[in-house]
Design a protein. Structure first.
Length: 176
């Protein structure tokens, strides 16, 4: 029999944790090396157009990241407790028709929230990479030359949209 701890670790938990580590780890690792004034906003082509204090940047990143990830976690945990009348989902009647479909529906909602949180974390990672590429000394190992910021951003958004569309459709094996 599995312990409650073993039951709580799933692929979604691992993905979520890894994506958070991709944001928080580099911030922690290079905080002391960053100059006091760093770029905090970038144009569509990846050039900085606004600068700010590194403390403000890190606090803003961590608070916003915590708020958005917390909202995704709360929504994932409390969605099954919402009254059915508050759920707005394509083919809602079909999804909530029986217990098996309802279970799959709530699993997909959970995965959608994990996908949203991972996407948010990847976008934050992108901002950190852009900031590091303009702030760190040339020889630092985390300094990455960043040429295609808008392409990566669009790629992340497109993959999240496709992921969400895949979750919304009815599973073929459940068609009846």
């Amino acid at each position: 029999m599995k312990t409650p701890f073993e039951k709580s670790i799933s692929l979604s938990t691992v993905l979520w944790t890894v994506s958070l580590a991709l944001v928080i780890g580099p911030l922690y690792y290079v905080y002391d090396v960053l100059p006091e004034v760093i770029p905090v906003h970038f144009t569509i082509d990846g050039t900085p157009d606004r600068y700010g204090n590194k403390v403000t940047f890190v606090l803003f990143m961590l608070l916003t990241l915590g708020l958005l990830n917390g909202m995704c976690l709360v929504f994932k945990c409390f969605m099954p407790r919402l009254p059915v009348g508050l759920i707005n989902w394509p083919n809602k009647a079909w999804w909530l028709e029986n217990d098996n479909r309802r279970k799959i529906f709530y699993q997909r909602i959970g995965w959608m929230m994990v996908g949203n949180a991972v996407g948010i974390n990847l976008i934050f990672s992108l901002v950190i990479v852009m900031t590091f590429s303009h702030s760190l000394p040339q020889e630092h190992p985390l300094r990455l030359e960043f040429a295609t910021g808008s392409g990566m951003f669009i790629g992340i958004l497109a993959s999240l949209a496709l992921y969400s569309l895949m979750l919304i459709r009815r599973p073929k094996h459940l068609m009846s």
